[in-house]
Design a protein around this ligand. Sequence first.
Ligand SMILES: Cc1cc2nc3c(=O)[nH]c(=O)nc-3n(C[C@H](O)[C@H](O)[C@H](O)COP(=O)(O)OP(=O)(O)OC[C@H]3O[C@@H](n4cnc5c(N)ncnc54)[C@H](O)[C@@H]3O)c2cc1C
Length: 374
Amino acid sequence: MVGAGLSGAVIGRQLAEAGHDVSVIDARPHIAGNCHTERDEATGVMVHVYGPHIFHTDDTGVWDYVNRFAHFMPFRNRVKTTSQGKVFSLPINLHTINQFYGRTMRPCEARSFLEGEADTSISDPQSFEEQALRFVGRDLYEAFFEGYTVKQWGISPKELPASILKRLPVRFNYDDNYFFHRYQGMPKDGYTAMVEQILDHPKITVTLGERFERREAAGHDHVFYSGPLDEYFGCELGRLGYRTLDFERFEYEGDYQGCAVMNYGERDVPYTRITEHKHFSPWEEHETSVCYREFSRACEPGDIPYYPIRQIREKALLADYVDRARSERGVTFVGRLGTYRYLDMDVTIREALDTAAVFAQQGPATPAFVTAPL
Ligand SMILES: Cc1cc2nc3c(=O)[nH]c(=O)nc-3n(C[C@H](O)[C@H](O)[C@H](O)COP(=O)(O)OP(=O)(O)OC[C@H]3O[C@@H](n4cnc5c(N)ncnc54)[C@H](O)[C@@H]3O)c2cc1C
């Protein structure tokens, strides 16, 4: 398993339970990949080192799986946003609409009010901007979508496809739970402790701080590679574009912002959000707080790849790498980097379980991709 994140850990565990000897290698000095959490030495706060992670799923099999390895505490992600000098509730819900317009509308009134705000002259929205204007009108678009999207993706919402905003991003009730899923929670001792339990099997060995190279594949019956697809081939066809994140850490005595995640919708605030980590473990008590200001920018060589861009140029390059990968024998590309897709943790685990099931049937004939990246 190249990578000790959720992909490598879950596939490794399934194979070990089926009797295979499994070596897991990770270039980082820790397991759990981007879900890695660690207890901050100075404050005792459990920190989500690569950005906030909330577990949510509708997949009962995946929920049962993670509960085998960790004790999950109830957690509801309630996000706020600061825009135009005020704090609003996200995702846009009846409270947000009433606050924003200074009204006391009931659900049906808000619905017809927003229909009046929407730009109905746009009949076939092509871009993210047109789609948002068609759904919610200019005022809400500028306050909640425009600046945030420019900061997050580095390009104008005019250049992003309408498909990003598939559904009406508004709720006409006071439900401010960020996720829709049936199961939601936070592992009591963090994600790294959970992954440690997944990897805790006599047939699994873990090597940290070592980078795997393609030429080493020959020494194994089969390789499951959860690193970046382009890097496996030495980026010989070009680099797949990613956004990376910079986190500016600061401490605060007491409660800095009163919630775990505060977004900043405006362009002139350079960061996209501030996360206050102790609020991800509301069952713990800490005097001092650890916060991250989060900045998004283009990923350069040597940076950590976070969000795949998947625009027209990247998809064309991805298609070339997929062809290249399909002609490679004895390796299966998995996970968010191996398949160049944004994957939530539950989807990552589901795909890892499915991949292990395919290997159980096909062995080393397992294809380069169990889930097609395109
Ligand atoms: C900012 C952010 C917030 C997120 N928040 C959530 C959330 O709230 N809820 C949710 O469900 N999901 C969230 N996710 C998604 C979650 O992080 C992924 O689902 C998960 O990390 C995918 O696991 P993985 O094993 O595929 O990849 P990773 O976690 O990236 O693991 C891949 C590992 O491979 C290693 N590696 C790469 N190349 C090599 C090499 N050549 N040799 C050795 N090792 C190598 C890397 O060091 C890394 O540890 C978030 C993602 C981001 C970016």
